[in-house]
Design a binder for this molecule. Structure first.
Ligand code: NAD
Length: 445
């Protein structure tokens, strides 16, 4: 019995206490507040996308910033001052100085855009200090950390949101709308991936002594960055809200591309050319859900490739494929006068569906998305988070999503390391996935 199974079983044995505690915590919605006072930890690359969006949103003040690198901290302080807000207090006294920031009494929300290994610790510190928290992806690296997030959120009643911007892709919300309006029928199978050549980023952004991204590629082998793909799919399939992830199997190819890139870039005698990279170049993870659906997640940040935004779903009435920009809806796309039933080339272009089923959020907010990067989804994710907190509503994404989407990384590593053996996905909701209401696409506005 693996450690994962064991821990879940122990926790499920204690469901009476666990559920009671959780229901209490979830029963209280956040208080409505006109102003959300933010502390921001990790002022590196990602902060330069997120801080300008926060500064553009009405009713947000950034009061505190934290980074171990004083130059990064000063740059972020400068950005805030240039936007007309007072200079936020800086925290840069080392790796755990985020604790002092979390302990301030004047913050509502702690946002965290640090390297992966700090995400859970910072989120835990924030919740334990009485703040809601939003963390960059993934929310945690290990299953143990995922459980800690869930237990701490339940215990403190504070929210732990994973900042999964891919959920707000217009394309993804369109698919969600097509499913929820009954056009495509019930989803049976979904496929998505994070396919992005990050070799240069992994080798060049940080000096070789402390390469946080590279370090994961050296030590680990699985789907290390699952949430950009899992988030959208989870929304289509009502994961944790009517269905849940049950088990997965995962397989990685051998590792070739990192070493080849290093030899070509730094020469054969460089240490990076003589390092062993555990992460296989191409990882594929197959998940099965409690309600009998299937999900394929692709992960590859090591090979030469074009960045792909693959989103594909097969439902009982039809299929949508973002790559082909085509949709097939039985009875609507196929011509009844077709001379040859073997001619399966019935797919329709998506233009009409895009007009009719354009998600509300994008119809209303498209003009504002000029602020921020990633084609507007950074704006959308923070707009939604801040709006929900201001209005005293639960944000779109919660700690159960943060835990179950992030857990795929360690679970896939366990499967890869064991000849692709099936691995159970813990039920972080402890059974409440059965009764938690579906996230209504029209309520994401
Ligand atoms: N959602 C997206 O589209 C997206 C895009 C890029 C990055 N990210 C995520 O954002 C996070 C940050 O990535 P990045 O590209 O900004 O990395 P980065 O290395 O550019 O920045 C990280 C920053 O955190 C600081 N830091 C490190 N340890 C710290 C600590 N203990 N306390 C305070 N500050 C600390 C570093 O000095 C640096 O300024 C990662 O989790 C990454 O996966 C998400």
């Amino acid at each position: 019995m693996s450690e994962t199974y064991h821990r879940r079983d122990i926790l499920q044995m204690g469901t009476a206490a666990g559920v009671g505690l959780a229901a209490g915590a979830l029963g209280s919605t956040p208080p409505a507040r006109k102003m959300i006072r933010v502390g921001f930890v990790g002022c590196g690359g990602r902060s330069q996308d997120l801080i300008p969006v926060l500064l553009a949103l009405p009713g947000v003040k950034i009061l505190a910033l934290c980074d171990i690198d004083e130059a990064h901290l000063a740059r972020a302080q400068d950005t805030v001052v240039k936007a007309g807000q007072p200079k936020p207090e800086g925290y840069s006294r080392g790796e755990t100085d985020y604790r002092r920031l979390c302990d301030r009494s004047d913050l509502d929300l702690v946002i965290n855009a640090t390297p992966w290994q700090y995400h859970a610790a910072i989120a835990l510190a924030a919740m334990n200090a009485g703040k809601d928290t939003a963390t960059e992806v993934p929310a945690a690296v290990t299953i143990e950390e995922c459980w800690q997030l869930v237990e701490t959120s339940e215990k403190t009643g504070k929210r732990c949101i994973i900042l999964e911007n891919a959920c707000y892709l217009r394309e993804s919300l369109l698919i969600m709308n097509l499913i929820q309006k009954g056009v495509l029928g019930e989803p049976l199978y979904a496929e998505a991936g994070y396919l992005h050549d990050l070799r240069a980023v992994k080798f060049n952004t940080v000096p070789i002594g402390e390469p946080w991204r590279l370090d994961h590629t050296i030590r680990r082998n699985g789907n290390l960055y699952p949430t950009h793909a899992m988030g959208p799919v989870a929304w289509w399939l009502d994961i944790n809200r009517g269905d849940r992830l049950d088990h997965l199997v995962s397989m990685s190819t051998k590792s070739r591309s990192m070493k080849e890139f290093a030899v070509k870039t730094f020469g054969p005698s460089d240490a990076r050319s003589n390092t062993t990279y555990a992460q296989g170049d191409v990882n594929t993870t197959l998940l099965y859900t409690e309600m009998g659906r299937e999900i394929i997640l692709h992960f590859n940040t090591s090979t030469p490739q074009v960045k792909e935004g693959l989103l594909r779903v097969q439902c009982t009435k039809g299929t949508f494929n973002s790559h082909m920009d085509e949709i097939f809806v039985e009875g609507r796309s196929n011509r009844s006068d077709s001379p040859d039933w073997l001619d399966h080339d019935y797919a329709e272009p998506t233009a009409e569906y895009r007009k009719q089923y354009d998600p509300k959020l994008w119809q209303r907010m498209e003009k504002q998305t000029g602020v921020g990067s990633h084609d507007g989804i950074d704006y959308m994710e923070l707009y939604r988070l801040i709006k929900c907190l201001q209005e005293g509503r639960e944000p779109d994404i919660d700690v159960y999503d943060a835990a179950s989407w992030s857990a795929i990384s360690q679970l896939s590593e366990n499967s890869v390391a064991n000849r692709s053996r099936p691995i159970d996905v813990p039920d972080f909701t402890r059974g409440r996935w059965k009764t938690r209401p579906r996230l209504d696409v029209d309520a994401i506005d």
